[in-house]
Design a binder for this molecule. Structure first.
Ligand SMILES: [Zn+2]
Length: 412
């Protein structure tokens, strides 16, 4: 990256926005990162396109429809599970989730279709919604599972969220630490060798295409061997200095695993979505039918959907922050997925984005700011600092989007 480029865009984003010709994602969509390595001001790799201008997520979706032999893959799944299934009544795999449609379905399929004995583990959402907690209970009560609910220290989570919001505009970061490592930590503690997640991240264009070639989860996502461990974009030692009342024991549960922790263990972390055809709408129906999963009572701010990521009040703010930083909001995520699964056309998706993309997340915003101990004014000033000049411009005291498809946003 050269110096000039750095001044024109934040996070090292490409200066010119390219829209996928099949869905509506853009080259501003960053890859997921190991959050403990996410320092303040670090650059991000972003979504790749082929020569025809088609994004990685759409390319993979075509492959799912035309090339992948799902019968073969299911056979591989059966072989994998045969290696781990236990007959003595002890747990043989871990499914981690808060009770959302994906985790609910993974656990149910593994237990009732493939005869596994999963232990479900939940890293508590930062601010559980009512519907989210209901679904969590329904998972256990109607689905029939044992569950461990881990709720991290709320006082520490509050300052972690605040720091991550101020430095990275990423208030959900402490949850992301937890969700990625709790399953592995619990597996080690209980002597369980298999952890199963849902869809590969690359399906949404959040990872490099290489990761789609294999079903296992890259250990680099939850291990960090260096001393360079960041919380809210700040080195953890500086973090401890800043908040003098904190002891190391307060942040220990947020620390990543190291290679040493796993070196004598057989830990296999896999994606069920690599073996079985995964369609979010079908998963939703499955979860409803088998585990009493319920959609939210109203659509989420910023989109038309009401059944994805509705268990944490922070999700509303999280997607809004994503829209500010990368110009890609909650509606676009929902609509692009539905284009790929052929539930809606690109034209319909454009109309939906025109209506909902970037809508202010009013429903829970006060709860989120209160949790982080920030006034609305303070928080909004922070948000404005993350508007990259190639995506936003202030005109007559109003923020105007740049480089958006005209059909979605034309300045009015
Ligand atoms: Zn695409």
């Amino acid at each position: 990256m050269n110096k000039m480029n750095k001044k024109k865009t934040l996070f090292g984003l490409p200066e010119r926005v390219i829209h996928c010709t099949k869905c509506l994602l853009t080259n501003q969509k960053p890859f997921s990162v190991n959050e403990t390595k996410n320092s303040k001001g670090s650059s991000k790799n972003s979504l790749q396109f082929n020569e025809e201008g088609i994004c990685l997520a759409c390319q993979y979706s075509e492959k799912k429809k035309k090339i992948i032999n799902w019968n073969e893959r299911e056979k591989l799944l059966r072989e994998l599970l045969n290696n781990y299934r236990r007959k003595d009544g002890s747990y043989d795999c871990i499914v981690s989730g808060s009770g959302g449609k994906d985790s609910v379905t993974i656990a149910h399929i593994l237990k009732y279709k493939y005869g596994m004995n999963p232990l479900t583990v939940t890293y508590s959402p930062i601010l559980y919604t009512e519907i989210g907690f209901k679904n969590h209970r329904a998972w256990i009560d109607k689905g029939g599972f044992d569950n461990l609910l881990f709720s991290p220290n709320g006082r520490v989570t509050s300052i972690l969220s605040k720091e991550a919001f101020i430095n990275l505009l990423h208030p959900m970061q402490p949850f992301k630490f937890g969700i990625k490592s709790l399953a592995a930590k619990t597996a080690l503690k209980y002597g369980i060798n298999l952890v199963m997640f849902g869809e590969p991240y690359a399906e949404y264009g959040s990872e490099d295409s290489n990761t789609l070639e294999k079903p296992s989860y890259d250990i680099n996502w939850y291990l960090n061997d260096s001393d360079q461990i960041f919380f809210g974009g700040t080195h953890y030692k500086d973090f401890l200095k800043k908040y003098q009342w904190l002891k190391f024991s307060d942040i220990k549960s947020f620390m990543p695993l190291t290679s040493d922790d796993v070196k004598n263990e057989k830990l296999d972390v896999q994606y069920l979505g690599w073996y079985l055809h995964w369609d979010p709408q079908e998963i939703y129906y499955y979860a409803t039918e088998n585990c009493g999963y319920q959609p939210d009572t109203e659509r989420s701010d910023g989109t038309y959907g009401r059944y994805s990521a509705v268990d944490d009040k922070m999700e509303w703010l999280h997607y809004y922050c994503h829209y500010i930083k990368f110009g890609i909001g909650r509606c676009r995520f929902d609509a692009c997925q539905e284009i790929r699964n052929e539930h809606i056309t690109r034209e319909e998706a454009i109309l939906l984005c025109k209506k909902f993309e970037g809508e202010y997340p009013k429903r829970y915003i006060n709860d989120c700011f209160r949790f982080m101990n920030l006034s609305i004014k303070e928080a909004e000033n922070i948000i404005d600092k993350f508007r990259s000049p190639h995506l936003w411009k202030k005109v007559k005291n109003k923020w105007v989007r740049l480089q958006e498809l005209e059909e979605i946003y034309n300045g009015k």
